[in-house]
Write a protein that binds this ligand. Structure first.
Ligand code: ADE
Ligand code: ZN
Length: 340
């Protein structure tokens, strides 16, 4: 590309993470540590054998392991440690703003109170704000393989913590669970003042992206890879500048694409889509933010301008105020102007 090695260039970019499941940042080492102190025996006898299980043929194979791993999280301290570990890692990667998903039902269905989960996560986010200067938003995700009624229960449980939660999302098994299944609970969530996002078009069809937009009224689409099969949808995404939070290493790990060289992000940028890059579940897919930028830029031979556009798009797509966005974007541009 230029004189600055790609890894060095990526490290220096001020970045924002908008698509991160906190349970997906659960590193095997921490999982074993927390399992031990909670007197839980994992199904794997070592960190190495657990890591060996991290090969997936599709989203569901991953989700089965991901939900099993989350079962060792029992106490507020566990959620705190999980979140703090993530924030410490991304701070070292020059991530300056995060919008983090958590899956309350994965825990409340096991008898862990909503309060325990959110308090641990919230305290770590607050600490990162004061110690690292990382700003944040918190997004509560409904599990789409469960019923809308169950999502309504979660919405109700979130009420005492409304001031800590910025939005709601929709994740888990996509195929067969269309966005429209959650029409009413998204409407009710919006009435409570939550912003709305949804995973769509990861494994599911472009129709699910239309539904997320038209039936759920989301402001951003998580993944959205499949939009390219529908020209009218692309036109809409471009016209309304609806962000797509893409997760390249996730897409390779879950076989949404065969190899990184086939990732659609460059095509999306060419078409004027507000595409952004994130890590999804970094502990399972082999890479945090920098690795996602690096692998994508390297495989697709992205230009410095395209990489800068991705970083700028991240801030544009965030829920920061317009002034905050502008301040970050100015820093991104200054950084790119400073390197050769
Ligand atoms: N939950 C965690 N990661 C996910 C993904 N990539 N898709 C859907 N649900 C998820
Ligand atoms: Zn995701």
């Amino acid at each position: 590309m230029n004189n600055t090695p790609l890894r060095t260039l990526v490290q220096g970019i001020p970045k924002t993470e908008l698509h991160l499941h906190i349970e997906g940042s659960f590193e095997p080492e921490l999982m074993f540590e927390i399992a031990k102190r909670n007197n839980i025996t994992l199904a794997y006898d070592s960190i190495e054998s657990l890591k060996k299980a991290y090969t997936f043929n599709n989203l569901q194979e991953f989700l089965d392991i991901y939900y099993t791993g989350a079962q060792v999280l029992l106490h507020e301290q566990d959620f705190y440690d999980l979140t703090w570990a993530y924030l410490t890692t991304v701070h070292s990667e020059n991530v300056v703003h995060v919008e983090v998903f958590f899956d309350p039902q994965t825990h409340t269905d096991r008898g862990v109170p909503f309060k325990t989960v959110i308090t641990g996560i919230y305290n770590a986010l607050e600490k990162a704000k004061s110690e690292y200067g990382i700003t944040y938003k918190l997004i509560m995700s409904y599990l789409r393989h469960l019923s809308e009624e169950a999502a309504f229960k979660t919405l109700e449980e979130s009420q005492p913590y409304k001031a800590w939660i910025d939005g709601v999302g929709l994740d888990s098994s996509e195929q067969g669970n269309p966005p429209s299944k959650f029409k009413n609970v998204f409407e009710a969530s919006a009435k409570e003042g939550y912003k709305l996002v949804a995973h769509a078009g990861e494994e599911g069809p472009a129709d699910y992206i239309w539904e997320a937009l038209d039936v759920l009224n989301v402001v951003r689409i998580d993944h959205g890879n499949r939009c390219l099969s529908d020209d009218a949808l692309v036109e809409r995404l471009v016209k309304e500048q609806i962000p797509l939070t893409l997760c390249p290493t996730s897409n390779v790990a879950l076989k949404v694409i065969d190899k990184m060289e086939e990732h659609p992000v460059a095509q999306m940028l060419d078409k004027g889509i507000l595409a952004t890059i994130h890590s999804d579940d970094p502990a399972y897919f082999g890479g945090y933010m920098n690795e996602n930028y690096y692998q994508t830029a390297s495989a697709l031979n992205l230009s410095k301008e395209q990489i800068m556009q991705l970083a700028i798009n991240g801030f544009k797509a965030s829920w920061l105020t317009e002034d905050e966005k502008e301040a970050h974007i100015t820093k991104v541009k200054a950084y790119f102007a400073s390197i050769d």
